[in-house]
Design a protein around this ligand. Sequence first.
Ligand code: AMP
Length: 422
Amino acid sequence: MEKIHSLTGMMDLISSKADKEDLSNKVFLTEKLLKSIFENFSISEIRTPALEDTNLFKRSVGDTSDIVNKELYSFLDKNKKSITLRPEGTASVIRSLIEKKIDGDTHKLWYLGPMWRYERPQKGRYRQFYQAGVEMLGYEEGISEFEMISIICEINRELRIENPVIKINHLGSNETKKNFCDALIKYLKPMKSDLGEKDIARLEKNPLRILDTKDPNTQKILEKAPKISNFLPESSIKMLNVIKDTFSKDCEINIDYSLVRGLDYYTGFVFEAVSSNLGAQDAYLGGGRYDGLCKQLGGKELPAIGMAMGIERLALLSNAVEETKSSISFIIISSTIAANAYKIAHDLRSLNKKISIDVQLSEGSLKSKLRRANKDNADYAVIIGEDELESGDVIVKSLSDQNSEQSNMKLNDLRDFISNLK
Ligand code: AMP
């Protein structure tokens, strides 16, 4: 029969006891650490459906963005309604607040889950990937900008990210954006035919995105283009400098006036975290202020700032290691004593929740079970056979120290031993 394969750009994540450096393990650890950071900042969880009305993304992310133009996973459902696998999390969060009529309040929210974009897969770029995001809603420009950068610094520190740089910029108000775009178009139009193909299309639809170009010809032309810094009010430039100074001891922060971000809804402060260790797809986190989005989606005027981070990219960069805890491989020599031996394992587990007790479930020789225990990197093997059950003791063997002898232990001593493990 023909084999069924996973879809292009979509991967399975399976944790491995044997290889701590495995990407799946790093992804799971990254998620765990992020959740504890979000809790530490007193941010609450929100979980929204993976499928949404396609119009939600057309109206929020924007018709001119790459995501909506080319990358949406959209389908007609059985009712012929167009639905879309979410490509990002912010639009759903806002939709949810509006629907629950809590879009007039303040909220600090985080989410984590799979997102889908029909992109060309490469290292660090997948068609199904995981994002965690933070949204601070109902807060005007000011302190929440600091909170965002503080969270990023904490992520860099806790995950021990390699070579992190935070780029920041300010897009000003809608009026600033418009004035700057007009000037940019005026400068670029006479050189239109020299621009990259993608950038010619952007000139009509979304000129700001040209600043993101990867085309060398356009990049050369942009060197002399008007800069957004010339259109920004003094207060915005000051804010960028104050943020840079505030966190400069903890993180490398660069003011980058060409940073625009790919989604249409950003206004004001925008930022991106990059690392040279990632290669071509160097951004692992991005975000900004999006004060107009809630109103645009039919809700109240709701100032907001948010960010999203790619879990796989964070995992690729992370040097965090799982907190070590003792692990015991519990070996029952024969299934004839399964019930009594299992009772011991069951009681032991309740004595110490910090350690793991892995009862080996398969039949097999003691030798093969010890091999399995070693392969799984267990610290100890606890071995129970018929003789041991009868005499009321067990065999304990340290696996981390190959030279150590195995020893017999009374059940009571085993309980103390297990209770004291860390
Ligand atoms: P964005 O929503 O495009 O601002 O992306 C935020 C973060 O999500 C990026 O910095 C990446 O870390 C991650 N990301 C975006 N697209 C992908 C993808 N196709 N595969 C893996 N990670 C992605």
